[in-house]
Design a binder for this molecule. Sequence first.
Ligand code: FES
Length: 137
Amino acid sequence: MDEDDFVKMVEDLQKKIEYEEEATYSQTVIREYRNPSNFGMIENPDAFGEVKGPCGDTIKISLRIEDRKIRDACFWTDGCGATIACGSMLTKMMKGETLEEAADITSEKLINALGGLPEEHLHCSKLAVNTLRKAIK
Ligand code: FES
């Protein structure tokens, strides 16, 4: 195999992966996990939650709180692409909310905001929401 063949093989493989992603995930999920918002950790956060799911993946959420409102939020995960999309969307949804409003965000609301999740990744949204609730507590 020469270099041109190798480059073509890699491009074909990339196209196949993208095609399979688009057949499985909503455009919003793909956008959020390819280019996540708020990934990282807030230094000296006012609140912090960490949960490890039954799948073995962990999410951490750190919050900056002023006047009982979430002024800033970051997430970190070693989990799957769906979890990255969940952390990204969830941190966007909670910013500017009061703690009570943020505690009302359910995994169903998060899934709706993402345009749906495949059945086998529904638990990823629960992991994200449980981590937020732990941080709020
Ligand atoms: Fe473990 Fe998504 S959080 S598979």
